[in-house]
Design a protein around this ligand. Structure first.
Ligand SMILES: NC(=O)c1ccc[n+]([C@@H]2O[C@H](COP(=O)([O-])OP(=O)(O)OC[C@H]3O[C@@H](n4cnc5c(N)ncnc54)[C@H](O)[C@@H]3O)[C@@H](O)[C@H]2O)c1
Length: 496
């Protein structure tokens, strides 16, 4: 779709009025004036020990705490959750595994404030429900803490600007925990892209396709008003609450993060505009009618079965972005990158194709199994070469969770910038809001805000970072696997 700027504003002007009437306009086309300094390439002084507060120890946060407690030079010094029993379970686990007891262990909705006020904590690892990511992160930065926010990092454009502005003003890093950027195949593909194997990159495909109907309607997520068991309470859990109220791609970053890295988004290219189309809702509706006789049979879900968006970048590339949490499609993040000389894709299995100039009839085919295995070996990302063996032993989505956690603590202990910054968090997470705005407007184009305020033009691209693990204390290779990590990953219903 070729939209010049004048036509674009003409076509979206009426959307502004519509959105304003709906009370959701926010700061759509406003660029915030910087009131601090840019955070690109920002690093803090090397830290001898990284002291982490785990805020939210539900299914994901519990697994994270248990990984973090095993990381070299890293200690869990605080734990918070809405529920006392969840806090107690983690304190008990730390004790049973001979880890230092946390200085603060607190239950309740505002316990995180006590933790942010404490001088016993450097990092706030925020694994709470989506609507708490921005307020907790903002409060934490205001109190001098580094923030690692689970996905999505924020829920709308206004919240994204708030985190950018707070990070710049407080000079505290704010990174999103997009673990899929650390997947073995994603990092392999990043390495291949950076080594020029696919030529000039012109297209990517990203998705989160994961049938979660059983998760959404089971007892897995507490309700918005804090009832631990939603089935007994007779109200939806917090994720279903979002799906019942909003359309659009509410979980965009697992697929988009890696593709944004292949394309150096915010580092030489930037998202320009998108259009988003959503199919009707039928899969959840059929599911509840067939399965339930209680209150769940009457739950109306607003999110369509499949949300499909196309993002255009400033350099003219395209990205297909999909969300599907309720059809029987097998798990996929698509993870496709395509350029002038070749392409690679991650699902259903890793495959690569290159242009064929010889005219020997081999065009349009994927590389053979043996050739693909050789590419995997040759272009394995150096970080996976350094830590892959331990990561696989540790588990957690095939080891990528461990690589991600190892990487941020390594960066902090070495005093180098974190891999992604608050601008990445904002650009990737803003898709929650932008896709919704497009769907609500009848799939008109929506401009993507430039959270870097033009700095994407001059910021350097993603490097292939080496990790010298001898810089970390202790014998890294001796880290022990905790069976619980895999058990918890299985509870999440992730297929890897
Ligand atoms: N990156 C991944 O692969 C991945 C996988 C699963 C979940 N997640 C993300 O992790 C986050 C949590 O998801 P989950 O599946 O663990 O959900 P969950 O409901 O199991 O866990 C959330 C926890 O936060 C706690 N909480 C709620 N309000 C709180 C408050 N004010 N202070 C402290 N704790 C509070 C809840 O009691 C609960 O234990 C979400 O943002 C989700 O998107 C990421």
């Amino acid at each position: 779709m070729n939209v010049n700027r004048r036509d674009f504003f003409k076509s979206t002007a009426w959307m502004g009025a519509l959105a304003m009437a709906a009370g959701c306009i926010g700061n759509r086309f406003k660029m915030f004036e910087p009131c601090g300094a840019p955070m690109q390439g920002f690093s803090l002084k090397p830290m001898k020990k990284v002291r982490v507060a785990c805020i939210g120890v539900g299914v994901r946060g519990r697994a994270a705490l248990r990984r973090i407690a095993t990381l070299p030079g890293t200690e869990v010094t605080a734990v918070a959750d809405l529920f006392q029993d969840r806090v107690d379970a983690e304190v008990k686990w730390l004790k049973a595994h001979r880890k230092p007891s946390p200085a603060i262990a607190v239950a309740g909705p505002e316990g995180y404030k006590r933790i942010c006020d404490s001088d016993k904590v450097d990092v706030i690892y925020n694994v709470t429900p989506w609507h708490l990511h921005e307020p907790i992160a903002r409060y934490a930065m205001e109190h001098g803490k580094i923030v690692l926010n689970e996905v999505p990092g924020a829920l709308n454009v206004e919240e994204c600007w708030s985190l950018v502005e707070t990070s710049e003003r407080t000079r505290m890093p704010c990174m999103m925990l997009e673990n899929c950027c650390y997947g073995e195949e994603e990092m392999l593909m990043l390495n291949m892209v950076k080594q020029g194997l696919f030529g000039e990159i012109n297209h990517g495909e990203a998705a989160y396709i994961h049938d979660q109907r059983n998760l959404q309607f089971g007892g897995r997520y507490h309700t918005m008003d804090g009832a631990q068991d939603p089935v007994k309470a007779g109200r939806p859990g917090w994720t279903l609450d979002f799906y019942s109220k909003y359309c659009g791609n509410q979980y965009p970053t697992h697929g988009l993060g890696p593709v944004a890295k292949y394309m150096d988004i915010n580092r030489g290219d930037a998202f320009d505009f998108l259009v988003s189309v959503e199919s009707k809702q039928s899969s959840y509706s059929h599911y509840v009618k067939e399965l339930f006789t209680d209150w769940r049979k009457d739950v109306k879900v607003k999110i369509g079965d499949i949300n499909t968006s196309v993002i255009k970048t400033k350099l003219g590339r395209t990205i297909l972005l999909q969300l599907d949490t309720c059809t029987p499609r097998p798990y996929s993040r698509l993870n496709l990158v395509s350029g002038t000389k070749g392409m690679a894709m991650g699902y259903p299995e890793f495959r690569v194709a290159f242009e064929n100039k010889a005219g020997d009839g081999k065009a349009h085919g994927f590389q053979s199994e043996a050739a693909t295995a050789e590419l995997r070996r040759k272009y394995r990302h150096p970080i996976w070469t350094a830590a892959g063996e331990v990561a696989k032993k540790m588990g957690g989505h095939g080891g990528m969770d461990f690589i991600m956690d190892l990487r941020w603590t390594y960066c902090l202990q070495c005093g180098i910038p974190l891999d992604t910054d608050v601008y990445d968090l904002a650009a990737w997470s803003s898709m929650v809001d932008l896709t919704r705005r497009s769907v609500q407007s009848g799939s008109h184009p929506v401009e993507c805000p430039d959270f870097t305020r033009g700095a994407w033009r001059t910021t350097k691209g993603f490097a292939i970072d080496e990790m010298d693990l001898t810089k970390l204390p202790g014998n890294f290779k001796n880290i022990k696997r905790d069976e619980d990590v895999d058990k918890v990953a299985r509870q999440e219903g992730f297929i890897s």
